[in-house]
Design a binder for this molecule. Sequence first.
Ligand SMILES: [Zn+2]
Length: 192
Amino acid sequence: MVIPTTSRQRITDALREFVIPFPLTVDSLLQAMQDQRDRPLILHREAFPSKLEQPCGLWWPDSEGRDHVWINPQAVGVQGVQSLAHELGHMLLGHPPLKELPPGLTDPTAPAAPAMPELDELMAEFTLLSPAFLDGSYLGVRTRSRDVRRDPEYILHEEEAENFGSQLRRRAMVQGRDHHNNPLLDRLHRNL
Ligand SMILES: [Zn+2]
């Protein structure tokens, strides 16, 4: 899908406002997001409760004014950075976040819940596949529901966020080259 010119402009503008850390890793990007946004941000990396649906990332605000981002623990390295940058794209481009924590995912900042017996775990998985979930009520989850995939606004938001993530990584690569070609920095590194 070709991204509309207006989208491309909004992505460029959003990237101009954001200082990309060097080197770019999941940790450094998370730190940069925490430093440059005026809302506390909490990263979740636990396994997704459903084995059938495996989104790359999710973003949802809580009632205390904090943002939560969940990144699939299987997404590491470049994939992890892309997933986190994708969620940052949703935030900076003004896309609507999830309204609530998807069922089955736990909030680590909430008081500890008693350990889940196996049956409850199965139920949590079952809840995820509720009709509301499959209808795409949890916007931002890449469900396999055909209706959601056909919703043009949803598709555009996903394309924009994905494009934002790729652009951010490309810029980080250029920055890295500049870093490397800077003779003063080179000398500094050699003297370390
Ligand atoms: Zn997304």
